[in-house]
Write a protein that binds this ligand. Structure first.
Ligand SMILES: *Cc1c(COP(=O)(O)O)cnc(C)c1O
Length: 955
C-alpha cells in the first residue's frame, strides 16, 4: 500500500499560523543560529525570567483554519437580528457610500497606517482628517476643531474638563447637565466628575438661571427630539463666567443654526451617522470644537497646516505640547489612540455628498419625521415635542400594542415608561415610514396627504442661514470616478503596512489579516444598535464572551471588562476599579500612584483623571525600575499608597527579573498593581500578568490582538482584573453589561465599547490557537533579538536583560552620533523614508533614541532590508563625520527626498545617493509627497482648517 499523509496532516497545510508569521521555518532556524541558539524554547529559556514562565500551555482552543473560523463566526453572526432601528439616542442607520466602504473602510492602505507622527509620509490621511476638522468647524460654527475623540459621551466628559480649566468661575465645582441629554452621556459625565471631585447637577434647563456652575451641558436636539433655542441659556451661563458645552447632532446641523452662532464655547457630538455603521456601539469618531482662545485646553489631536523646506504647504499634527506624551499628569487629557479611520470616513462622506447632498438627506429625514408626527397627531396621540429634526416622542396609553406590532414588523423603537420615541435616519425609505406609522397608530395613512398637512418643525429663528462646506474639497468630487481617484490619490501619499514594515516600539504593528477584517462589515455585526434588545444580539454576546474567556486565560486574570475603547481608557477604568475597591474596604484615602519615570504618558495622565496623585520613581542605568527607590517610596507613602503602574516587559524592552518582587513590595505596602498591557505581545503564551502578581491590566487589542491602527485609531482597551476588583468594573446605565453588577459608572458611551472590531481579535485568537499564540510571541522575541544582534556592532543598544537578550523591542542610542556629527534622530527618521521605511518610535522612552519593534509578522527579507538600511545610514553618518560630506548639506539633513527634488537637483551628491540609496528603492520606490516639514512654523502659525481656494492659487 502506498504511504498516504494522514487526513490531519493534509488539513494542516492550510494553517493560518504560517501565514501570520513572517519568517519561514528555515529562516527561523537561520535567525536562531545567528543568535547561537538551538530552538525557540532555548530563546525563551535565555530571555524570560524562569519565575514568571507559565507551566501549562494556554487552555485556548487549537488553531482553526481561516475558512473554518469565518464559517463559525458566520454562525454566531447569524444569531444576531438586524432590525429596523428607530432607537436613535446617538446611533443611527447610515448608508456608507460603497466607494468609501471598499476603498477606505475595507482597504489596508487606509486601515493599516500608523498615527501620523511622520507627516511627510502621511499627507493623505492628514488631508482627510483636516477635511473632518473643516466639516466640524462649518457645521458647528466654531473656530478650532480636533481630529476626533473616542465617542460622544467621553467627548462630553472632555468638554466638562475643558470647562473646568477655562471657566473664570474658579471656586465653583458644580457642572450642570440638562436632564434631556442622552442617558449614556450623563452616565459617563457622572463617572468623570466623581473622580475629579466635581458635582453634577442634572436638572431642568429652567433651573440653570439660578445655579452657580462652572459650566453646563445642553443637548441640541435633546433626547425627546426638541430643538431648544440655546441663546438665552448660553447668555446666562456667560453672565456667571461659566462655559457652555453643547452636544449636537451632526446631521441636524445641516439644517439648524450652528451652536457657535448662539455663543456656545464647546460643541461636540458623534460623527457616526456620516457613513459609519452603528456596529453595536463603535468605533465611531466624535467631533469636538471650541474657541480659538481655548486652544491650549483642547483635548486630543489637532491637524494643522505648515510648510516643507521648499515652502510648499504640508500637513502635520499641531500643538503636541498639550498632549499626554509631553505633559504627562498635566496633560489636557489622556487621549492617545483616537478614531482616525472613522473620522476619515465621516469627512469623506461629507466630501462625497457635499453641501447639496447633505441638505437633501437632512431634508428628507426631517420631512419623514414631520410626516410621522402628522400621523400621530391625526391618531390623537400626544406629542412630547413641538419642534424636531428627526425624533418624535409621544405618550401612549397602549404601549403593549405598539410593542407587539413593532416586534412583528422587526422594528426597534425607544420606550421609556409611557413614552415612545422614534428617530428617523438616512437609511429609511417611504415604505419604512409607512410601516412605522402603521406600527405606531395601528392605522394606514396616505403619506402624500400627510406630507401636505405636515407643518415645518424647525423654528424660523433656528433655521441655518450660514453657508457650509464651501471649500473646494467638498465641491470637487461628485462623480464616482472623481471620488475614487481622490481617495486613491490620498491613499497613495501614505505609507502603510501594505508598503513595508512600521517597526514601532510599544505599538506592535503586526499583520492585520484579511480574514480577521472581513467580518467587521458583515451587516449582522455592522448594523446593530448598541441598545438593541438582548434577543437580537445573542451572536454578539456569544462572540464577546468567548473573547473574554480567551483573554482571561491569556492574562491570568479572573474577569475581563470590554467597555474601554482605547488603552488609555482602560488605564482609567482599571484605576477606577482600584479606587472603588478601596472605598469598599474603607480605605478610600489611598490616592497615591507610583509611576516609573519610563512610563508611557497616558499612565500619569490617567492617574490624574482618576483623582490620584502621581509620584514618579526612578529607573536604574539598565533601564529597570530602581527597586530600592521604589521600595523606599512605597514604604514612605504606604499609608496612602493606592497603586503602582508598571509596564511589562518594561518600556525599555526588557523582562525585568525583579517584577514579582516589585509586585510584592506594592502589595506589602497596601497598594494594587496596575500592569500596563501594551507590551503583551512579549507575554502571550509565555507568562501571564495575573500570575506575575498584578491586579489589573488593559490590553491594547489594536496592538497585540491584531486590530489595525487605522492611521491613529480605532482601538480597544479592555481590562483584565483579579476577582477582588471584578465587582468594580464599569457598568452601563442604558444596557446592562453581562456579569457586571453595576448599572452605571460607564467609562464609554457603549456598554461593550467598540463592538464592531471585536471580531478581529476574536478571529486572531481562534486562527492562531494556543500553538500559534505562543509561537507568535516566540518569533516576536526572536525577530527583536535578531535585529539587536545585527545592529549592535553599529549602534549602542541601550538596555538588555538576562543573557544580553531584549524582549520584543530594542532601543538603539543615537545620541552619541548627534553629539559627534550633529545628525539627529529626526534626520535618521526622515532618512529611513528615503530607504522605504517608516521610522521606529522616536525618543520614547529615552530622548534621542529609536525603539524598534519588528513583531512576528515581518519576514526575514524585510528584517534584513531594515538592518541593511540602518547599517547603510550609519555609513552615511561616517561620511559626515569624516568631512567627506558637508555637515549641513547631505542626504541625511536633506531627507526625505522627493520627486520635486529631482526636477531641480542642486545637491552636492548624486540623485542615486540621495533618492535611490538601496537596491530595493531602485526596484520600487515609495516617494514622500513633501520635503521635511517645519514643525515650529506650524505651531507658530496655527491653521487647523482646510486651506482656502486662494491659497491653492497662490501655490
Ligand atoms: C499605546 C500605549 C498606551 C496607550 O494606549 P492607547 O490605546 O493609545 O490609548 C499605554 N501604554 C503604553 C506602554 C502604550 O504603548
Amino acid at each position: 500500500m502506498a504511504e498516504h499523509a494522514s487526513l490531519n496532516e493534509l488539513q494542516q497545510h492550510d494553517d493560518f499560523i504560517r501565514r501570520h508569521l513572517g519568517p519561514r521555518e528555515d529562516e527561523i532556524q537561520a535567525m536562531l543560529q545567528e543568535l547561537g541558539l538551538e530552538s525557540l524554547d532555548d530563546l525563551i529559556e535565555q530571555t524570560v525570567p524562569h519565575k514568571i514562565q507559565i507551566e501549562k500551555p494556554l487552555a485556548v482552543d487549537s488553531s482553526m483554519s481561516e475558512a473554518e473560523t469565518l464559517a463559525y463566526l458566520k454562525s454566531l453572526a447569524d444569531k444576531n437580528t438586524v432590525a429596523k432601528s428607530f432607537i436613535g439616542m446617538g446611533y443611527y442607520d447610515t448608508v456608507t457610500p460603497t466607494v468609501i466602504l471598499r476603498n477606505v473602510l475595507e482597504n489596508p492602505g487606509w486601515y493599516t497606517a500608523y498615527t501620523p507622527y511622520q507627516p511627510e509620509i502621511a499627507q493623505g490621511r492628514l488631508e482627510a482628517i483636516l477635511n473632518f476638522q473643516q466639516m466640524t468647524l462649518d457645521l458647528t460654527g466654531m473656530e478650532l476643531a480636533s481630529s476626533s475623540l473616542l465617542d460622544e459621551a467621553t467627548a462630553a466628559a472632555e468638554a466638562m474638563a475643558l470647562a473646568k480649566r477655562s471657566s473664570k468661575n474658579k471656586k465653583c465645582n458644580v457642572f450642570f447637565v440638562d436632564k434631556n441629554v442622552f442617558p449614556q452621556t450623563i452616565d459617563v459625565i457622572k463617572t468623570r466628575a466623581e473622580h475629579y471631585g466635581w458635582d453634577i447637577h442634572v436638572g431642568d434647563l429652567a433651573e440653570l438661571e439660578n445655579l452657580d456652575v462652572f459650566g453646563a451641558l445642553l443637548q441640541y436636539t435633546n433626547i425627546t427630539g426638541q430643538i431648544t433655542d440655546l441663546e438665552s441659556h448660553i447668555e446666562s451661563l456667560h453672565a456667571k463666567k461659566a462655559i457652555a458645552c453643547v452636544a449636537a447632532d451632526i446631521m441636524s446641523l445641516v439644517l439648524l443654526k450652528a451652536p457657535g452662532e448662539m455663543g456656545a464655547d464647546v460643541v461636540f457630538g458623534s460623527a457616526q451617522r456620516f457613513g459609519v455603521p452603528m456596529g453595536f456601539g463603535g468605533p465611531h469618531a466624535a467631533f469636538f470644537a471650541t474657541r480659538d482662545s481655548f486652544k491650549r485646553s483642547l483635548p486630543g489631536r489637532i491637524i494643522g497646516v505648515s510648510k516643507d523646506t521648499r515652502g510648499n504647504q504640508a500637513f502635520r499634527m499641531a500643538m503636541q505640547t498639550r498632549e499626554q506624551h509631553i505633559r504627562r499628569e498635566k496633560a489636557t487629557s489622556n487621549i492617545c489612540t483616537a478614531q482616525v479611520l472613522l473620522a476619515n470616513i465621516a469627512g469623506f462622506y461629507a466630501v462625497y455628498h457635499g453641501r447639496k447632498g447633505l441638505t437633501n438627506i437632512a431634508n428628507r429625514i426631517n420631512r419623514y419625521a414631520s410626516v410621522v408626527a402628522a400621523a400621530l397627531k391625526q391618531a390623537g396621540l400626544q406629542l412630547l415635542n413641538d419642534t424636531w429634526f428627526d425624533t418624535i416622542s409621544f405618550i401612549s396609553k397602549d404601549i403593549d400594542a405598539i410593542k407587539h406590532r413593532a416586534e412583528v414588523a422587526n422594528m426597534n423603537l425607544r420606550y421609556h415608561g409611557e413614552q415612545v420615541g422614534v428617530s428617523i435616519d438616512e437609511a429609511k425609505t417611504q415604505a419604512d415610514i409607512e410601516a412605522l406609522i402603521q406600527v405606531l397608530t395601528g392605522e394606514t395613512y396616505n403619506l402624500n396627504e400627510l406630507n401636505n398637512d405636515a407643518e415645518s418643525s424647525i423654528p424660523t429663528s433656528l433655521i441655518r442661514t450660514s453657508d457650509f462646506l464651501t471649500h473646494p474639497t467638498f465641491n470637487n468630487y461628485y462623480s464616482e470616478t472623481d471620488m475614487l481617484r481622490y481617495l486613491k490619490r490620498l491613499e497613495n501619499k501614505d505609507f502603510s503596512l501594505a508598503h513595508g514594515m512600521i517597526p514601532l516600539g510599544s505599538c506592535t504593528m503586526k499583520l492585520n489579516a484579511t480574514s480577521e477584517m472581513i467580518p467587521v462589515t458583515w451587516p449582522e455585526f455592522a448594523n446593530i444598535h448598541p441598545f438593541a434588545p438582548e434577543e437580537q444580539t445573542v451572536g454578539y454576546l456569544e462572540m464577546i464572551k468567548e473573547l473574554e474567556a480567551d483573554l482571561v486565560e491569556i492574562t491570568g486574570y479572573d474577569f475581563v471588562s470590554m467597555q474601554p475603547n482605547s488603552g488609555a481608557q482602560g488605564e482609567y477604568a482599571g484605576l477606577l476599579a482600584i479606587k472603588k475597591y478601596y472605598e469598599s474596604i474603607d480605605e478610600s484615602h489611598r490616592n497615591i500612584c507610583l509611576i516609573p519615570s519610563s512610563a508611557h504618558g497616558t499612565n500619569p495622565a490617567s492617574a490624574q483623571m482618576a483623582g490620584m496623585k502621581v509620584v514618579v520613581t526612578k529607573c536604574d542605568e539598565n533601564g529597570n525600575v530602581d527597586v530600592a527607590d521604589l521600595e523606599a517610596k512605597a514604604s514612605e507613602l504606604k499609608d496612602n499608597l493606592a497603586a503602582l503602574m508598571v509596564t511589562y516587559p518594561s518600556t525599555h524592552g526588557v523582562f525585568e527579573e525583579e517584577i514579582k518582587h516589585i509586585c510584592d513590595i506594592i502589595h506589602d505596602n497596601g497598594g494594587q498593581v496596575y500592569m500596563d498591557g501594551a507590551n503583551m505581545n512579549a507575554q502571550v503564551g509565555i507568562s501571564k500578568p495575573g500570575e506575575i502578581g498584578s491586579d489589573v491590566s488593559h490590553l491594547n487589542l489594536h496592538k497585540t490582538f491584531a486590530i489595525p491602527h487605522g492611521g491613529g485609531g480605532p482601538g480597544m482597551g479592555p481590562i483584565g482584573v483579579k476577582s477582588h476588583l471584578a465587582p468594580f468594573v464599569s457598568g452601563h446605565s442604558v444596557r446592562k453589561v453581562h456579569s457586571v453588577e453595576a448599572e452605571g459608572g460607564a467609562v464609554a458611551a457603549a456598554p461593550y465599547g467598540s463592538g464592531m472590531i471585536l471580531p478581529i481579535s476574536w478571529s486572531y485568537i481562534k486562527m492562531l490557537g494556543r500553538e500559534g499564540l505562543r509561537k507568535s510571541t516566540e518569533v516576536a522575541l526572536l525577530s527583536a533579538n535578531y535585529l539587536k544582534n545585527k545592529l549592535e556592532g553599529h549602534y549602542p543598544v541601550l538596555y538588555m536583560g538576562r543573557n544580553d537578550k531584549v524582549a520584543h523591542e530594542c532601543i538603539i542610542d543615537l545620541r552619541p552620533i548627534k553629539a559627534e556629527t550633529g545628525i539627529s534622530e529626526v534626520d535618521f527618521a526622515k532618512r529611513l523614508m528615503d530607504y522605504g521605511f517608516h521610522a521606529p518610535t522616536m525618543s520614547f522612552p529615552v530622548a534621542g533614541t529609536f525603539m524598534i519593534e519588528p513583531t512576528e509578522s515581518e519576514s526575514k527579507y524585510e528584517l534584513d532590508r531594515f538592518i541593511e538600511a540602518m547599517i547603510s545610514i550609519k555609513e552615511e553618518v561616517d561620511k559626515v563625520a569624516s568631512g567627506a560630506w558637508d555637515a549641513q548639506n547631505n542626504p541625511l539633513t536633506n531627507a526625505p527626498h522627493t520627486q520635486a527634488d529631482l526636477r531641480d537637483w542642486d545637491k552636492p551628491y548624486s540623485i542615486q545617493e540621495g533618492a535611490y540609496p538601496s537596491q530595493a528603492t531602485i526596484d520600487g520606490k515609495f516617494w514622500p509627497m513633501v520635503n521635511r516639514i517645519d514643525d515650529v512654523y506650524g505651531d507658530r502659525n496655527l491653521i487647523c482648517s482646510c486651506p482656502s481656494i486662494e491659497s491653492y492659487q497662490q501655490d
